[in-house]
Write a protein that binds this ligand. Structure first.
Ligand code: PGA
Length: 251
């Protein structure tokens, strides 16, 4: 089964609308003409500028968060309809920073996943263990629980189109990348979990990304692993280096 690779940037809380136009204007010609799906997940305030800047290319824009209600008295939140109307096609759900700082639980993440799917937004569902959990040897068990939680009441047809991002917390923003063998082991475990829930077709088709200190120096090795279908890139997505990651085959 050949799965199309995806390289998604996660800008986190970086870049103003003006900076967005500048950076995407620079990167646009550099990332076009590749055979991977290229997505930039940007802060909500930057979405409109980002969508306008990449118009006419095959670059897609994603959001970094969304609420699971349609509308109403939820001060500060953004609804799926607002994102769709603005031109968003992907949505990061359950990033470890949101789990940690904003107390998002597996249950909330599941509600967001289902709501995103209902609106034809493709969720990029994040999972990943802490260093402590890795040292205790409970990584696979913990991630299995996160995956099962995120996919509750999601049908096989819906699951097939979701994206999963495995991001070990100890590798995020630390410069300490998981080895390609460590990343492959967990991504394989995630695919096995999906196989258990949904069977072969979904497991063979669903794309699983690796995230955590991906850069131009490690991308090729990571993305060559059998169960790693691309990357979710934080820090390096804010620089021209992102284009090298998109063209990782040439590295
Ligand atoms: P990083 O972030 O590439 O800066 O480690 C990855 C992420 O959190 O998505």
């Amino acid at each position: 089964m050949v799965r199309k690779k995806m390289i998604a940037g996660n800008w986190k809380m970086n870049m103003s609308p003006k900076e967005t136009v500048k950076l995407l204007g620079e990167l646009k010609p550099m990332v076009s003409g590749s055979d991977v799906d290229v997505v930039f997940c940007v802060p909500a305030i930057d979405i409109v500028s980002a969508v306008e800047t990449v118009a006419g290319t095959d670059i897609q824009i994603g959001a970094e968060n969304m609420f699971y209600e349609e509308k109403g008295a939820y001060t500060g939140e953004i609804s799926p309809n607002m994102l769709v109307e603005a031109g968003v096609s992907y949505i990061i759900i359950g990033h470890s920073e949101r789990r940690q700082y904003f107390k998002e639980t597996d249950e909330m993440i599941n509600k967001k996943v289902r709501k995103a799917i209902e609106h034809d937004l493709t969720p990029i569902i994040c999972c990943g263990e802490t260093l402590e959990q890795r040292e205790q040897g409970i990584t696979l068990e913990f991630i299995k629980k996160q995956i099962i939680g995120a996919f509750m009441h999601v049908s096989p047809e819906q699951a097939m189109h979701c994206i999963i991002a495995y991001e070990p917390i100890w590798a995020i923003g630390t410069g300490r990348v998981a080895s390609s063998a460590q990343a492959q082991e967990v991504c394989q475990g995630i695919r096995a979990t999906i196989r258990n829930i949904y069977g072969n077709q979904v497991a063979d088709q669903i794309r699983i990304l690796y995230g955590g200190s991906v850069n131009a120096g490690n991308a090729k090795e990571l993305f060559s692993e059998e169960d790693i279908d691309g990357g979710l890139v934080g820090g390096a997505s804010l620089k021209p280096e992102f284009a090298q990651i998109v063209h990782y085959k040439d590295l």
